[in-house]
Design a binder for this molecule. Structure first.
Ligand SMILES: Cc1ncc(COP(=O)(O)O)c(C=O)c1O
Length: 415
């Protein structure tokens, strides 16, 4: 028997990440067949039409103008005030929510999700999210001594958010738990591109409010990592207005990320923001999360915070950034539309796509379908419930025809 030196809770921890595996296979194929012949639908970043990482011009301009000392400096533990103020304004600025707002700088959206799970779910308790979900939620739960439970995101017809499944799962978890953290990744959900409609949000909030009224502690985290790829700002952010008149035992949080919205993936800067009707809940939110920051990374990228604050404060820069974001969103939407339209014409079933980086194809045997697709040098990510197709990483000319090939691959696998 081989020796293990890891502490008992850390034994057998190996990361299984189907995205990196699929991407590595794609890179190998590129080496053999050349870039032009291979279609990479695996990566969660926007590539331009030449296959290079797309970077927003306004972000690049300000990055190059920012002195090195801004990157070399330490930031405040909670995040620099100009940054956390900017984040609060970006999230809550237009909303009519009355109450108290907090924000803490984190290492990307991942860090924000980590803090929410670490500090708003009891050890051993379940955290709830949808069955189609970003796999890293499960890893963070395991790391922090929580477990992830899921509800069916879609109804049986795969047309809408499954309010009943959500309600039933919340109810059953709250029979044994006194508190519950729920993560909803919307709009532009990874991996489906789904976004809850206004009515669906209303239903979710009614369900959660009824449990709060019975004395349960409810924490709701909206993972908005892809929000700027969902729709024009006013539309994409309109759901924030719904978090009104919530009781003190109902905390709303948002995981903000500069990765996609600012094409600043590797700069690892995000924030966990919160809204409550109770001032003390927000004071506690800042204290608790500051504690976690100090323990985990101390403070995060100062330069990125300076850039974010500057892009928020300066009206001309803010307008230029909004235009850049719109242009990139339109490019991704144009790619996604080709896939969605072709899927419809060739009879390939997909789950409802409303916008964002990814489209999902339900499948009973995603691994086999992805293997079959590889014969056409198309690389996508097999997940538990289906296949993730990254519209963000495929140039327009390559995306055309992919849906039909997927349909064929499904037929081969079924027969
Ligand atoms: C659903 C979702 N949430 C959050 C993140 C966090 O991204 P980051 O840590 O780069 O901000 C990602 C990244 O892929 C994601 O897909």
């Amino acid at each position: 028997m081989s020796m293990s030196m890891a502490a008992s809770h850390a034994v057998n921890r190996t990361l299984y990440d189907p995205i990196f595996i699929a991407n590595a296979a794609c890179k190998d194929a590129i080496k053999i067949h050349g870039k032009d012949k291979v279609t990479n639908a695996t990566i969660g970043v926007v590539l331009d039409e030449e296959g290079k990482l797309a970077v927003l011009p306004t972000v690049e301009k300000i990055f190059r103008e920012t002195p090195l000392t801004d990157f070399a400096s330490y930031a405040a533990l909670l995040g620099n005030a100009e940054y956390t103020d900017a984040v609060k304004n970006i999230i809550f600025g237009e909303s009519k929510c009355q109450g108290y707002f907090g924000a803490v700088a984190t290492a990307g959206g991942t860090g924000a999700i980590h803090h929410a799970i670490a500090n708003y779910a009891e050890r051993g308790d379940a955290v709830l999210t949808s069955d189609w979900c970003w796999g890293n939620y499960k890893t963070i739960c395991a790391e922090t001594g929580k477990r992830l439970e899921t509800f069916k995101l879609f109804n049986d017809e795969l047309t809408r958010f499954n309010v009943t499944a959500f309600s039933d799962k919340v109810e059953s978890l709250l029979t044994t738990q006194n508190s519950l953290l729920i993560i909803l990744n919307t709009p532009a959900h990874n991996p489906t591109g789904y976004a809850l409609s206004g009515d669906e949000w209303d239903a979710v909030l009614e369900i959660l409010k009824s449990h709060a009224a019975e004395g349960k502690k409810i924490s709701l985290l909206a993972d908005i990592a892809y929000i700027d790829f969902a729709a024009e700002k006013k539309v994409a952010w309109s759901f924030v207005d719904k978090f009104k008149n919530l009781p003190p035992n109902f905390l709303t949080m948002f995981s903000f990320s500069m990765s996609k919205s600012y094409t600043f993936y590797g700069q690892r800067t995000g924030a966990l923001a919160a809204y409550s009707s109770d001032e003390n809940v927000i004071k506690e939110f800042e204290d608790t999360n500051k504690f976690s920051c100090r323990a985990i990374w101390s403070n995060v990228n100062n330069g990125a915070q300076v850039i974010c604050a500057k892009l928020y404060r300066d009206k001309n820069l803010a307008d230029a950034l909004t235009k850049d974001q719109a242009a990139l969103r339109e490019l991704v939407n144009k790619r996604a539309k080709i896939f969605v339209d072709e899927a419809q014409s060739c009879g390939l079933k997909i789950v409802p796509y409303r916008g964002g980086f990814f489209i999902a194809v339900p499948s009973d045997n995603p691994v086999a379908v992805c293997e079959e697709l590889k014969k056409d040098l198309i690389f996508a990510v097999p997940l538990q419930l289906g296949i993730r197709v990254a519209a963000c990483s495929m140039p327009l000319e390559k995306i055309s025809g992919v849906a039909k090939k997927m349909r064929n691959a499904q037929c081969v696998v079924r027969n």
